[in-house]
Design a protein around this ligand. Structure first.
Ligand SMILES: Nc1c(NC[C@H](O)[C@H](O)[C@H](O)CO)[nH]c(=O)[nH]c1=O
Ligand SMILES: CC(=O)[C@@H](O)COP(=O)(O)O
Length: 159
């Protein structure tokens, strides 16, 4: 099955992020993965003109808590876009299915309810290796891709 890697982007096609303020909510489950996703996103923001003081990071216990964390961030911070970062890896039970579906639906609902785009950067993988490959490995870094999406959506939000 094809795996799309958008981590290598043409900077000339990305709006300058200097005037935007971004939030990043990061799940503490699988921190080796989520921290790499966060660092990829932060570096991409900075590379495209964002400033350190305009990148707000909050940590939450797990991917399911990304929903409340993003909601609270929207309600208390003045932001142009948010990235929700998590990594859910299949275990022995159906809990994987419920966490993945719950966070997907929750983030979708927030995108509908509020006027701040939330980018879905939750890796939902069968194996740890799949997560490694997508957080700075052979399939790129989904954190970078999410930051580019956040910049584009922040620009779109201005219309
Ligand atoms: N198994 C994983 C979880 N599970 C925890 C849930 O996200 C949540 O924190 C708990 O159900 C309490 O509400 N979370 C991940 O992010 N990744 C996993 O692999
Ligand atoms: C996605 C999860 O919550 C999962 O990693 C927990 O593992 P298990 O299904 O073996 O309890």
């Amino acid at each position: 099955m094809a795996t799309t890697n958008l981590s290598n982007y043409d900077k000339a096609t990305i709006p300058n992020a200097k005037k935007f303020r971004f939030g990043i909510v990061v799940s503490e489950w699988n921190p080796d993965i989520t921290e790499n996703l966060y660092l990829g996103a932060k570096e991409a923001f900075l590379e495209n003109g964002a400033t350190e003081e305009n990148i707000i990071k909050w940590d939450v216990p797990g991917s399911f808590e990304l929903i409340y964390g993003c909601k609270k961030m929207i309600e208390t911070q003045k932001l142009d876009a948010i990235i929700a970062i998590g990594n859910v890896i299949q275990g022995e039970t159906k809990h994987f299915d419920f966490v993945c579906d719950g966070v997907t639906q929750g983030i979708k609902d927030l995108n509908i309810k509020f006027d701040v785009p939330i980018i879905f950067c939750v890796l939902t993988d069968n194996t740890k290796q799949q997560s490694i490959d997508r957080s700075g490995g052979k399939h790129g870094n989904k954190g970078i891709e999410s930051a580019i999406a956040a910049i584009k959506m922040a620009a779109l939000r201005e219309f």
